[in-house]
Design a protein around this ligand. Sequence first.
Ligand SMILES: Cc1cc2nc3c(=O)[nH]c(=O)nc-3n(C[C@H](O)[C@H](O)[C@H](O)COP(=O)(O)OP(=O)(O)OC[C@H]3O[C@@H](n4cnc5c(N)ncnc54)[C@H](O)[C@@H]3O)c2cc1C
Length: 453
Amino acid sequence: MKIAVIGCTHAGTAAIVNTAKLYPEAQITVYERNDNISFLSCGIALYVGGVVKDPEGLFYSSPQQLADLGVTTKMLHEVTSVDTQTKTLHVRNLETKEEFTDTYDKLIMTTGSWPIIPKLEGIELDNILLSKNYNHSNTIIEKAKSAKRITVVGAGYIGIELVEAFQMSGKEVTLIDSMDRILNKYLDEQFTDRIEDSLQQRGIKLALGQTVNRFEGQDGKVAKIITSNGEYETDLVILCIGFRPNTELLKGQVDMLPNGAIIVNDYMQTSQPDIYAAGDSCAIHYNPTGKHAYIPLATNAVRMGTLIARNIMEPTIPYMGTQGTSGIKIYEQNIAGTGLTETAAKDEGMAVEAVTIEDSYRPEFMPTAEKVLLKVVYERESRRIVGAQLMSKVDLTQSMNTLSVCIQNRMTVDQLAFVDFFFQPHYNKPWNFLNTAGLQALPAVKRQEAVVL
Ligand SMILES: Cc1cc2nc3c(=O)[nH]c(=O)nc-3n(C[C@H](O)[C@H](O)[C@H](O)COP(=O)(O)OP(=O)(O)OC[C@H]3O[C@@H](n4cnc5c(N)ncnc54)[C@H](O)[C@@H]3O)c2cc1C
């Protein structure tokens, strides 16, 4: 069995390592156009901010490790086309410029995503950078050394992590986003208002609700950003406005969402049965809505990659879908979310309600008892939980994994009120804050009955 793999970061590495272990007789060749594999982009802000000192720790595999499993890794090789009829790949060696073809019995498409680069005047100026891979992170570190004023465009997770890192390194930081709130896809206003305050208190300039119109330069380098609302002088710009799936190779050959994300079935199979796909190149099944969605996360990538290995010879383990659970630490706040925000659910046309509580996470008699802010979003009629968000100075983020399981299993907010959680004063109260949110959401009539009983 000849298996070809295109792309070797998280989804590719997971698919390759597991396939090689399960099927040692398979002849696996992976093509990777970059000069490294398995880079953990999630460490970029920590590396840029100097928290991660040794970048070696940001890699967890190598061509040698894959060779030890019998896998052939072709680094600096770009696949330039795929013919799914003849099961042929066209490949270019980026060092020697040599071009050749290869064939496959099964193809694993783990080509991931690439940052969106807007077509704006001045975009080609020096010092407008991306933040996706290892080479990008090194360029950011190098260029940031001489930059006094740094502007990040895009207030998603990646942008926020970078503004924090730059502010802590003593830079003058501006954050621009076309939406009027930061992290608007992940958190509702109760949360983002507080985070915005904390960024502003540290001197980070928030330029929200405005779109970048063009960049102006001096001596070939970016010097100013012109937005719909103003002008910002800057020495360095990092673009973090989102990602697009890298799927041109299969365009018109397999089913995709309008944004190019490949649609796979529960067994990671595309509409061409011998082609499997995983990670940022794919759409995922989003349990809160029951629809396909594009949520590029390393967690989805490693799960889907591993499932390719399990299902490539015959369908055995189906994918359970995802809630897009994610977390972030911003200064002293530990923040996490799962599923839909209230805003996103309403934008989807869902009739939802939400309960928000703020309480000490453990008894006030303890030496410290930090507050936790928790919001749970649920469907009005069915009362099914569809999303949750949490923020605290204490790390309580694992609770969002608990709620992810609740969403996965279609639990109601009423069940959340009475589900069994342990109590120990070091950790929580007799009513865990998750129970408390459920109790608070109980309809008035049920609350009365509970009192009578
Ligand atoms: C700054 C940053 C921070 C992040 N933080 C987190 C986090 O904290 N938690 C989380 O869950 N996720 C995080 N993510 C998202 C996560 O990194 C991605 O979801 C993950 O990298 C996807 O893995 P992938 O293997 O599907 O795709 P990619 O990482 O995009 O890798 C695709 C690979 O395919 C190769 N390739 C593409 N086309 C070709 C071709 N034609 N020929 C040969 N090779 C090709 C590319 O060179 C690349 O190596 C972060 C991302 C970034 C950028």
